[in-house]
Design a protein. Structure first.
Length: 577
């Protein structure tokens, strides 16, 4: 990637410009060049499969990309125009995304869990010219509320849901003819020639955060961040990812975590990616792991925690097993047997499980560490596309989320970063340009030295391992001004009987725990609601014995419905008081 003519984002000052320039001068390649190279190199390899559906080889992906490029060009889409995508994970979503970037347009991935009004708002705010939609989203949106769109394209077959220009209609109706005219005899890999970004700060995509208040902010991700995340992933995962290996995509690709590490890295490495195209049940996920046997697993904590709590921990909660686990000469063999069962549940072939996206329950983490499961915990943010810190599982320190990755710096804004929690700040190649059309929010998030203020609170040890304590906006103040981190209380509460998930809120000067019980387990035990309430009161007393006075719960309230969550399975706290 050439950067002699580097442009400077509006929010930066000269000091950060010099820092960033030093870190981009060594870039010898471009992101789109990596995609082009992968397609040519793995031309005859299987690339994308909709689980239980059709498989595309890399050459099929190239052919579909070329047809979409023709559609864009013939319909008047210019380099730099915005193209939005909103639908569940599937091969055609991935192809449309790659086609957008390799054409030189700006992708706007939209989470399909958003409401219709949120989708309308994002499409309009981003100034998108085209919108690709999945079959469910197409039934929810109102095209009239997105008047500036030239058209809406159905992701499953690329048919037109809406066309507002004769050019777009003609291009789609004659797409095969136009493709044949461009490639009259054959289409070979030597003919693949994609747009290469001209500048490290060139805008690649706008990713609208799930957010917890109001409409989401549009994070402007430059090509340098996409490239830097890919190079990091190459360094971290090339030991386990090889051409032809199977991987699974479960996390939404419209979220940077899933996009970067379940899709882009694997595609660039010649892997075969299987998309679970619907919201998978635990049974479907287990079946997919057993059949596909992925070589690396990317997950949010909730997925891992559910499997461990439902499939593993109940088998250990017997008098005989407890005795065995406490017997030194036997416990190692018992641990190995348990680990083998856990590994089998995830396909049995993976190098490591990478957990990120939300806080990981300490009890589950300690259990996985106890049995020696190869797992690690990373940390990131959409604003960093997304990676900030990571350690290979061999180097993982329990309770931490790794060290700052290559091309990134991390510091704690605290008088004593090793002991006193402070806001986690980070800067480097992965950091966004800012928020689209929101200079005020950009100035709040990025200071004049380029440090991104994450809003997370943490400490850091002498070796650089980061330990997250909570979100600064979630921090509560005790009656005497004590800092209360509700996530720490919730983590302890979630480990108690019949607690599936919880949320700690403050009412006046008192803390109240909102709990969604494990109703399935309660039904198995034939417990009435009154008995569930008694269990929760016992949980409250047990929890309070371990907490300082200002962190004790005054009450526990039972929630009869699951908490509403963001796509990365974080509870939408702002909905609960």
């Amino acid at each position: 990637m050439k950067c002699a003519e580097k442009s400077v984002p509006l929010h930066t000052e000269r000091k950060f410009e010099q820092f960033l320039l030093r870190n981009t001068l060594n870039m010898e390649n471009s992101f789109n060049a990596c995609i082009e190279d992968s397609i040519k190199k793995y031309w005859n390899f299987d690339a994308l499969t909709d689980y239980k559906g059709v498989t595309l080889q890399y050459q099929d992906v190239a052919r579909k990309i070329e047809k979409l490029h023709i559609l864009f060009e013939e319909s008047g889409i210019q380099k730099g125009d915005k193209i939005a995508l909103c639908g569940r994970n599937m091969s055609n979503w991935a192809v449309a995304f790659l086609a957008t970037l390799t054409y030189g347009a700006v992708a706007v991935p939209i989470l399909h869990e958003f409401t219709a009004d949120q989708i309308h708002n994002i499409v309009n705010h981003s100034e998108a010219k085209l919108l690709f939609v999945g079959d469910v989203v197409s039934t929810q949106i109102d095209p009239d509320k997105m008047p500036d769109l030239h058209g809406i394209v159905n992701i499953p077959d690329y048919s037109l849901m809406v066309s507002r220009t004769d050019k777009l209609t003609y291009a789609r109706e004659n797409l095969n003819l136009l493709f044949g005219q461009k490639f009259p005899k054959f289409f070979r890999k030597e003919m693949v020639n994609y747009y290469k970004e001209q500048n490290p700060d060139e805008l690649a995509l706008i990713n609208y955060t799930s957010g917890t208040t109001g409409f989401s902010k549009g994070v402007m991700i430059p090509y340098r961040a996409m490239w830097s995340n890919l190079i990091f992933a190459n360094e971290a995962l090339d030991k386990c990812l090889h051409p032809g290996d199977n991987t699974i995509s479960i996390l939404p690709m419209a979220h940077m975590y899933g996009m970067a590490f379940e899709f882009i890295k694997e595609f660039a490495s010649g892997c075969h990616i299987f998309f679970l195209t619907r919201i998978p049940s635990p049974a479907v996920v287990a079946q997919a792991f057993a059949e596909i046997k992925p070589v690396v697993i990317i997950a949010v904590p909730l997925v891992i925690e559910k499997i461990i709590r439902k499939k593993v921990l109940p088998k250990l909660d017997t008098p005989a097993m407890k005795i065995l686990l406490k017997t030194p000469l036997v416990s190692q063999k018992v641990r190995e047997k348990i680990r083998a069962e856990v590994e089998k549940a995830f396909g049995g072939r993976f190098y490591e499980i990478i957990i990120g996206g939300a806080a990981f329950n300490q009890e589950i983490e300690q259990f996985l560490h106890f049995i020696g499961l190869p797992f690690t915990v990373g940390y990131g943010a959409t604003e960093c596309a997304p990676i900030i810190s990571y350690n290979d599982w061999h180097d993982h320190v329990p309770g931490s989320c790794g060290k700052a990755v290559m091309n990134m710096e991390v510091k704690i804004n605290s008088a004593d970063p090793h002991k006193i929690p402070g806001e986690i700040l980070t800067r480097g190649m992965n950091v966004m340009l800012g928020y689209f059309k929101n200079e005020e929010a950009t100035k709040q998030a990025l200071d004049d030295e380029g440090w991104y203020h994450t809003g997370d609170l943490g400490v850091i040890d002498s070796r650089g391992n980061i330990f997250i304590k909570g979100r600064s906006k979630n921090m509560l103040l005790g009656a005497s001004g004590q800092n209360i981190f509700p996530e720490e209380i919730e983590d302890a509460l979630n480990s108690l009987p019949l607690v599936t998930e919880s949320l700690v809120v403050q009412r006046d000067d008192k803390l109240v725990g909102l709990v969604y019980p494990d109703f399935d387990e309660a039904k198995t035990q034939n417990l009435s609601m009154e008995q569930i309430k008694k269990t929760m009161e016992q949980n409250r007393q047990t929890l309070n014995e371990t907490q300082p006075a200002y962190c004790k719960l005054a009450a526990i309230e039972i929630q009869e419905e699951e908490f509403e969550k963001t796509p990365k399975k974080s509870i939408k706290r702002y909905l609960y008081k």
